[in-house]
Write a protein that binds this ligand. Structure first.
Ligand code: ZN
Length: 218
């Protein structure tokens, strides 16, 4: 049985939790980070440091092309981060991002002889990103297998859980503090608990408070 996995890894809470999940689940884990001139190059640094600390083989792929195609609030300092209104997508949405990332992750996986691909996409805290939906991931999985004549299995350990449960998962690996202190989720580029004000920080903080509260009650 092939127990080698490639994890799509940004250095944020979700993908770091997925990395720990993969390290438990598979014999060999490779992390891949995409550099698309994110607003904060610190994100890349964060990912690098975590992979190094965990002794995980790490690849950083240049995806500057994505920024060239679709400038948005995550890649451009002059575009404000805001939530979507009236059913429109938030300004942080990068068109086609997950499809491109997973496709490149799959190419790397095949080159490395890995069958498993892990991504932290999640439908529960759904911000309206169409390429975070389970149906999209399943469809892409079939497409990748056909495109490369290979039996990839795309894993989405966070698909049906909320942020509180993501914290719970990290805690179950004994890694709650690690994820809390070392990861970067904040749109303002502040590591750990972040700025506390941006949508990503609010979501993360709310989830953490909810989880710690439920833990106290147990
Ligand atoms: Zn923030």
């Amino acid at each position: 049985m092939n127990k080698k996995a490639v994890v799509v890894f940004s250095g944020g809470q979700d993908s770091t939790t997925c990395l720990f999940w993969a390290l438990k689940e598979f014999d060999e884990v490779i992390a891949v980070t995409f550099n698309y001139n994110q607003r904060h190059s610190l994100e890349i640094e964060c990912a690098k440091n975590i992979a190094k600390e965990l002794g995980v083989e790490h690849h950083i792929l240049d995806m500057a092309l994505l920024n060239q195609l679709a400038p948005n609030a995550l890649t451009r300092n002059d575009i404000e981060v805001k939530a979507g209104e009236n059913g429109s997508l938030p300004s942080t949405f990068v068109e086609g991002r997950n499809m491109l990332f997973l496709t490149f992750a799959a190419v790397l996986a095949k080159v490395k002889g890995a069958k498993h691909i892990v991504t932290g996409v999640c439908e529960t805290d759904f911000s309206g990103y169409p390429d975070c939906r389970d149906v999209f991931i399943k469809s892409l999985n079939v497409t990748l297998n056909l495109a490369m004549d290979y039996e990839f299995v795309v894993h989405t350990p966070l698909m049906w859980i909320d942020k509180a449960q993501t914290w719970e998962m990290a805690d179950s690996f004994g890694k709650l503090d690690y994820v809390r202190e070392k990861t970067l989720t904040c749109y303002n580029g502040i590591i750990g608990d972040g700025c506390g004000e941006c949508p990503a920080c609010k979501l993360r903080k709310h989830g953490l408070e909810k989880y710690l509260e439920s833990k106290k009650e147990k």
